[in-house]
Design a protein around this ligand. Sequence first.
Ligand SMILES: NC(=O)c1ccc[n+]([C@@H]2O[C@H](COP(=O)([O-])OP(=O)(O)OC[C@H]3O[C@@H](n4cnc5c(N)ncnc54)[C@H](OP(=O)(O)O)[C@@H]3O)[C@@H](O)[C@H]2O)c1
Length: 225
Amino acid sequence: MTKFAVIGTGKTGGKVVEILDDEQVVGPFNSSQKPTANALNQADAAILFVPGAAVEDLVEPLITSGIPAAWGTTGYEWPEDLDKRLRIQGIKWLHAANFSLGMSIVRRCLKVIGQSSPVLTDPSFHIHEIHHIHKQDAPSGTALSWQEWLGREAEISSERKGDVKGIHRLEVKTETESIRLEHQAHDRKIFAQGAVWAAEQLTKPEIEPGFHDFSTIFDYIMQQS
Ligand SMILES: NC(=O)c1ccc[n+]([C@@H]2O[C@H](COP(=O)([O-])OP(=O)(O)OC[C@H]3O[C@@H](n4cnc5c(N)ncnc54)[C@H](OP(=O)(O)O)[C@@H]3O)[C@@H](O)[C@H]2O)c1
């Protein structure tokens, strides 16, 4: 049974605690109960959903413990020498802006659609995203990632309604046919599930030390299966 140090017990870290069995959780830790290297050593890997401002507090105890770590923190500029430092110390970390496993599958589908679409006659590409009314930015960061993964010029549109957790849709259209691809998030648990999966992969001996992007690890594991 893999044990996970859960760091951050807010909206997303709380979901990690929810989906794990009690005996799998080391901690959990937050701003009033900060982890020490000794405490972290009780775990096989760490999962972090903390704000960017908390990262510097946590780097040293994690490096001292040497356990693998899956970071969900966004909006933090990681030091350029981090990968080298981790490789020298034989430590495995990864980070993801979006831990959804479904979204990782979609990323691969978008790449295939983008690369194959030159066989179509005058295709148009349209990405539409829908989110709850409190979301401030538009288009969503994920819609921009979809365009990047697709690798084609696409019209992007946004819609805000109710408490929609996130819908992204691609339509490829020609005069004679259409292709639609849609991803819908139902629950923040998708990030927790992906982070647990990712942290588990880091405990495998074939994953090299260093600072990895989640997509690299995801694609590596898919190639092995
Ligand atoms: N990669 C993904 O898939 C993904 C998905 C969702 C969110 N995120 C990102 O994850 C981060 C957290 O998001 P959230 O919505 O879960 O935030 P949140 O609800 O505000 O929770 C943040 C948690 O971090 C804890 N924390 C703050 N400073 C700390 C410190 N110095 N040491 C230990 N714990 C500390 C807080 O402790 P207290 O409870 O004591 O305040 C709280 O439990 C954000 O950067 C967000 O953008 C990423």
